[in-house]
Design a protein. Structure first.
Length: 213
């Protein structure tokens, strides 16, 4: 990750800021697919990450609103950021994590049957997890929600607190990179991705940036 250097107040840029929630209890178990498996709270490290990001943003740019997934680890992250920044946080069910369905908390990442793994690798954007969603499904619900918030708070700086898969799906939505690249857009907890709103499009200013200490 690179160090985040968002524009100072008064730059005149209209920004959408995207971050992933802080380190959660589920992030400590990387052996199985977790998705929306319930009751995953932030760890102490995750709360510290959210506080560090909030302090960085408070020093470096003006944030007008926070929008987050309604899943607990994002809500907890958004609450810490809201306290640091003195702005409201709005949870949205449509920004919930991509559902891994029957695999959540059960399927080992290295135990996917070979035919299914080939299907996943061949088309990661449209592969639908058994009993769950595909990236295309998640984008179909999250992108309209993102667009609605963007319209509601246009010309303001909005910070979105998201899950890694939803953040990637939204980046594909606004930047239009090839669907096959969807799993290449990895994001660290409480890293910062910055988008500038232009007429009818977005410009990527920075991705997966670490907040400065």
């Amino acid at each position: 990750m690179t160090a985040a250097t968002p524009p100072r107040q008064g730059s005149g840029k209209s920004l959408a800021l995207l971050t992933r929630h802080g380190l959660s209890e589920h992030n400590l178990n990387t052996r199985v697919f977790m998705g929306r498996a319930p009751h995953s709270r932030l760890t102490d490290a995750g709360r510290a990450q959210a506080g560090a990001l909030g302090q960085h943003l408070a020093r470096s740019c003006r944030v007008d609103q926070i929008v987050s997934s309604s899943i607990l680890r994002c809500v907890e992250t958004a609450a810490i950021l809201a306290e640091c920044l003195g702005v409201p946080a709005h949870p949205d069910d449509a920004l919930a994590e991509l559902s891994k369905g029957d695999w959540e908390g059960r399927m080992p990442r290295d135990g996917v049957p070979e035919p299914i793994q080939r299907e996943l690798d061949a088309d990661p954007f449209h592969f639908r997890f058994p009993g769950g969603e595909s990236f295309a499904d998640a984008q179909a619900r999250a992108a309209p929600a993102f667009d609605r918030w963007e319209q509601r708070f246009k010309n303001r700086t909005v910070l979105y607190v998201l899950h890694a898969d939803i953040l990637a799906a939204l980046l594909q939505h606004v930047l239009g990179f090839p669907h096959r690249k969807i799993r290449d857009y990895l994001v660290a907890p409480c890293s910062l991705t910055r988008l500038e709103r232009l007429e009818g499009r977005y410009l990527l200013l920075g991705r997966n940036e670490a907040p400065e200490g």
